[in-house]
Design a binder for this molecule. Structure first.
Ligand code: PRP
Ligand code: URA
Length: 209
């Protein structure tokens, strides 16, 4: 079974409160999502391998560590996952960005794939899939399926808020994918929205409602 990490850093909890608040407008919402993604990136990258190199400080020669040549890929699930990319890239400027386009059919609630563009060396990269919301889990499962189908082997999923139903579903379908959350909520409502959640992440990011 995969690991589930729920962030407990006070800065993340604080910012998540304002992300949830319905009175937070799109500009602040975008900034906060970007900041929380960056803070979460600190945990998501905790197990990156290091290597030792020789350097010279102004005072002496020494050995010091750098991240070893592991190639990373960030894959936002369109649209709302885009809001988390900039924060991650500010920590990982050499990462490549792939995109998976999915929407939830409003009647069936099933995810429909409409776009997929990944770095050409998929097999060689470790991927971090980003999406603010993990509700039923259908979109995340479909995005991970899309990555695996094209050869990805090492994948992590990073979301702001999840419902227990979505976590369970992803863990059952993709037990090799660790999940990182800023908050784990109570449940889904009858429209498969996360309760208390934050509403529609895409609409709040891009002002489309
Ligand atoms: C939202 C959200 C997730 C998905 C979560 O996207 O950003 O991708 O719903 O729901 P699920 O876990 O039940 O699949 P939406 O389909 O609204 O598309 P959008 O990002 O284009 O707004
Ligand atoms: N998608 C969202 O944007 N919000 C939810 O609560 C569930 C799915």
């Amino acid at each position: 079974m995969s690991e589930l990490y729920v962030m407990d850093h006070p800065l993340i909890k604080h910012k998540l409160t304002f992300i949830r608040d319905k009175n937070t407008g799109s500009k602040s919402f975008r900034e906060l999502v970007k900041e929380v993604a960056m803070l979460m990136g600190y945990e998501v990258t905790r197990n990156l391998e290091l290597e030792e190199i020789d350097i010279e400080t102004p005072v002496a020669k020494t050995k010091s560590q750098i991240i070893s040549g592991k190639k990373l890929g960030i894959v936002p699930i369109l649209r709302a996952g885009l809001g988390m990319v900039e924060g991650m890239l500010s920590l990982l400027p050499a990462a490549k960005v792939g995109h998976v386009g999915l929407y939830r059919d409003p009647d069936t609630l099933e995810p429909v794939e409409y776009y997929c563009k990944l770095p050409s060396d998929v097999e060689e990269r470790d991927f971090i899939v980003t999406d603010p919301m993990l509700a039923t889990g259908g979109s995340a499962i479909a995005a991970i399926d899309a990555l695996k189908k094209r050869g990805a082997r090492n994948i992590r999923l990073m979301c702001l808020i999840a419902a227990p139903e979505g976590v369970k579903s992803v863990q059952e379908t993709h037990p090799d994918v660790d999940i990182y959350l800023a908050g784990l909520d109570e449940k889904l409502n009858d429209h498969a929205y996360i309760v208390p959640g934050l509403g529609d992440a895409g609409d709040r990011l891009f002002g489309t409602k």
